[in-house]
Design a protein around this ligand. Structure first.
Ligand code: PEP
Ligand code: MG
Length: 582
């Protein structure tokens, strides 16, 4: 049994599929004159294979989402037919006696550098296309195996060194039973997405494996406990099968609560909304009784393609979400790119500390052209439902004012064009930087609502990188410093009559319920999977008792003491309700 980091609850039992690491190794020796013909032949064969692969992907994409999205493949095919690109490669082989793969790599670098130097978005996009096609061609020239997830086999457990959010977005939850990663941390966005999809995930097992896992090995992933079993005994499989059965039964039981109002036994309400990254997730959230969307992470809409989404594309998505919600609130967070979320088609600067770097509102305010496209799309969607706007990573009043100025420009443009939108659309901010907490009093005068992002707030308050598994034990949401941050925000908001929501992952931790009730949080926004367990806890937690408990909690000095006290309170309320046998 291997102890990793439990990152997404649930039990998966199945065969491993190990995704190989992908690194190019190019030959550095020159070819002989007699090999020229052979190198050309290899090049043509590589081009042929790349084209047929692109054709296949295009057909799949056409069937899945329609021809509008698959236009990119046409562009890739055109590059492989482009005489300028191909002559560059052939010239390098012929004049410099280099192997085909080396020539392809040098040609890619040449064009990418050339296009990148131009101050033209269109050409920069072409550079990315060349990189993409070039890499495909390289893959075929190097004869490397296709990195494709099996689709024709039984569902499997994916074993991968590291998982990026953009890889995860392409996984089909129905074939991926569970995931094991060698490195990574439960507060990364990949982990958040795995939770949203309900895929059990254990991370950070790299140094704990006695021998590498191989494709076909039987695995058990226990995402709640953070355990991994490689080639388990029949007894262990039986034990976990039973545990999984019980988990499914619990899920069914909780489902009965979906439409029960979210009110404490002493009559106080706490709105339970959903965090989503795509409209796809909205159905699951609504069937679990979500009372709205408290956080729509729009960056995945940008990551799931090979260019920036147009205003029209974004509008369609936001409008669909607003309509599905039928008047329930939809808080759309503007692009929070950077940190661990990257766009394949946009070169971000290399950064020493990406989470403290060029990301979120900082990116939007430096690219007001792109920001305005998004705001226009959100504003247009506001005509179709209860849409609200939220700015991420706010650290100053200036940023709010600058963002609101772009919003005002977008409104002015739409009004001049006669396009309908809600001119009083509420705009709020994420509170996820300690500076925002410290000035919450000042921010409250500028915004319609606060939403506390505990994921980043914990990392910045405690100076603990949320991606670094080596220090993940220090990533402690129940740290007294974090609780004091929460209290400061709520008190400032109350003085100004500003609503406070919580949308970080801590909202989904059932032990935290008395914190929300005790402080007087208005809304929790959670992953769809967490809504019902949190509601079950709320239905038995008295707000009055929670307030008293918080007085006690604020006197405790360590996270451990706080956690233990909350766990005791949780267990007692469960016992009192009769949900748990002693
Ligand atoms: C947060 O930081 O708590 C949050 C909700 O935003 P994200 O996890 O997307 O950074
Ligand atoms: Mg955040």
């Amino acid at each position: 049994m291997i102890h990793g980091l439990g990152a997404s609850e649930g039990i998966a039992i199945g065969k491993a599929f190990v995704l190989p690491n992908w690194e190019w190794e190019l030959p550095d020796n020159k070819i002989g004159v007699g090999d020229l013909a052979l190198e050309f032949e290899r090049l043509y064969e590589g081009v042929k294979r790349s084209k047929s692969e692109i054709h296949r992907m295009k057909t799949e994409m056409d069937e899945a989402v329609g021809p509008e999205e698959s236009g990119i493949f046409e562009a890739h095919l055109a590059i492989l037919d482009d005489p300028v690109f191909m002559n560059e490669i052939k010239g390098i082989i012929q004049r410099q006696y280099k192997a085909a793969e080396v020539a392809v790599k040098e040609a890619i670098d040449h064009f990418v550098t050339m296009f990148d130097l131009l101050d033209d978005e269109y050409m920069k996009e072409r550079a990315l296309d060349i990189k993409d096609v070039g890499n495909r061609l390289l893959k075929h020239l190097l004869g490397a195996p296709e990195i494709m997830l099996p689709t024709d086999t039984q569902p499997f457990i994916l074993v991968v060194r590291e998982l990026t959010p953009s890889q995860l977005i392409h996984l089909k939850p129905d074939v991926v039973l569970g995931i094991v990663t060698m490195v990574g941390s439960p507060s990364s966005h990949s982990a958040i997405m795995a939770r949203a999809f309900g895929i059990p995930l254990v991370m950070g097992v790299e140094n704990k494996l006695q021998e590498p896992i191989e494709t076909g090995d039987l695995l058990i992933v226990d995402g709640g406990a953070g355990l991994l079993h490689v080639k388990p005994s029949a007894d262990t499989v039986l034990r976990y099968s039973e545990m999984r059965k019980r988990q499914l039964e619990t899920r069914e039981r909780l489902q009965q609560l979906a439409q029960v109002p979210s009110v404490t036994p002493d009559g106080e309400t706490l709105v339970l909304a959903a965090n989503i990254s795509s409209v796809k997730e909205l159905d699951a959230a609504l069937s679990n009784g979500a009372q709205g969307v408290g956080l729509f992470r729009t960056e995945f809409l940008y990551m799931d393609r090979n260019r920036f989404p147009t205003e029209e594309e974004q509008y369609e998505v936001y409008r669909t979400a607003a309509e599905k919600l039928q008047g329930k609130p939809l808080i759309i967070r503007t692009l929070d790119i950077g940190g661990d979320k990257h766009l394949d088609y946009y070169e971000m600067p290399e950064e020493e500390n990406p989470f403290l770097g060029f990301r979120a509102i900082r990116f939007s305010l430096s690219r007001t052209d792109l920001f305005k496209v998004q705001l226009r799309a959100i504003l247009r969607a506001s005509a179709h439902g209860n849409v609200q706007i939220m700015y991420p990573l706010i650290a100053s009043v200036d940023e709010v004012r600058e963002a609101n100025a772009v919003l005002a420009e977008a409104m002015k443009e739409l009004a001049a064009e006669g396009v309908p939108f809600r001119s009083d659309v509420p705009a709020g901010v994420m509170i996820e930087v300690p500076a925002a907490v410290a000035i919450s009093e000042l921010l409250a005068g500028e915004v319609s609502f606060f939403s506390i992002g505990t994921n980043d707030l914990v990392q910045f308050t405690l100076a603990v990188d949320r991606m670094n598994e080596q220090i993940s034990h220090l990533y402690e949401p129940f740290h007294p410093a974090v609780l004091r941050m929460l209290r400061t925000v709520v008190e400032a908001a109350n003085r100004h009559g500003v609503q406070v929501n919580v949308c970080g992952e801590l909202a989904g931790d059932v032990r935290a319920m008395p914190i929300w009730l005790g402080l007087g949080i208005h809304e929790l926004s959670l992953s769809a999977q967490s809504i019902l367990p949190v509601k079950e806890t709320m239905l038995r937690t008295y707000a009055q008792e929670s307030r008293m408990l918080m007085d006690e909690i604020f006197r405790l000095r360590t996270a451990k003491e706080i956690r233990e006290r909350l766990e005791k309170f949780h267990a007692e309320s469960a016992l009192a309700k009769g949900n748990v046998r002693p």
